[in-house]
Every structure is written in structure tokens, then in C-alpha cells.
Design a protein. Structure first.
Length: 132
């Protein structure tokens, strides 16, 4: 489920990038619907939170990154998200920080909150492609 070999390429999603909990009781923000572009009313989350994910994977010799997600940087007062995925020598380095600064948000906070959340969700849906 986490890796697939296609010819000389390897497609996989690192465990922490994939949301290992797979339920919304440990990461309830992932269950928030992002379908609305604007909100007329405020909204709330269980609490303010910071989610930090870091993972380093040692790769076999001569592996190269072929298709990697782009670095993300979304910064604001209500929410922010930054991430990076790099191959450095034989190490695959993944890092992400998702900050949700409030428990109760105004309707005007929604676009930034939504963008940060969608960036996190998109990252977990983007498999990496490596090649020898």
C-alpha cells in the first residue's frame, strides 16, 4: 500500500506524509470539509494546535528523486503550513509544520485556514517517484 515498483521507478508515500492515524479522532482537522471557498459565519476546531512531521529515510545507493512535491509555504495569522521533501545524498528528508492558531475562527479566517489544510491534504495524496 505504501510502495509500488514500476519498471525502474519506485512510487511511495512516506508513512508520516500519508497520515498514519487514518482516523479523524487524532487529527480532526483532516475531516474538515474544504469544499466551500468562502464562509458567511465563523467556525471552530477542537483546539489550537501545531502538527510537526519529520521523517528521514535512508535510500539504497544511487536513488534519485524523479517526481517530488514542491515545497509549500503558506503563512498567516490564523493558520500556516510549510513543507519540504528532498533527496540529500542517500537520505530522503520530509518535513511539514501545520499551525492552526485558534480554536474559534472568524469567517474571514477561512480562506487561509482552508489553503493551509488543503496543502497538507494534497501533500499526503502525492506519492514520491524515485529512480536508480
Amino acid at each position: 500500500r505504501f510502495a509500488r515498483v514500476i519498471g525502474k521507478q519506485y512510487r511511495f508515500t512516506p508513512l508520516l506524509m500519508f497520515n498514519p492515524f487514518r482516523d479523524y479522532s487524532h487529527a480532526p482537522e483532516l475531516g474538515t470539509s474544504t469544499g466551500m471557498e468562502q464562509r458567511a459565519y465563523g467556525f471552530r476546531q477542537r483546539c489550537s494546535r501545531v502538527v510537526e512531521l519529520e521523517e528521514v529515510i535512508t535510500l539504497p545507493a544511487a536513488m534519485q528523486g524523479v517526481d517530488m512535491p514542491k515545497d509549500n509555504l503558506i503563512v498567516g495569522g490564523a493558520a500556516s503550513f510549510r513543507s519540504h521533501v528532498r533527496v540529500n545524498g542517500n537520505q530522503l528528508e520530509f518535513g511539514a509544520t501545520h499551525r492552526m492558531e485558534k480554536r474559534v475562527y472568524d469567517a474571514g479566517d477561512w480562506p487561509l485556514f482552508r489553503d493551509a489544510l488543503m496543502a497538507r491534504k494534497d501533500l499526503s495524496a502525492y506519492p514520491l517517484t524515485l529512480s536508480k
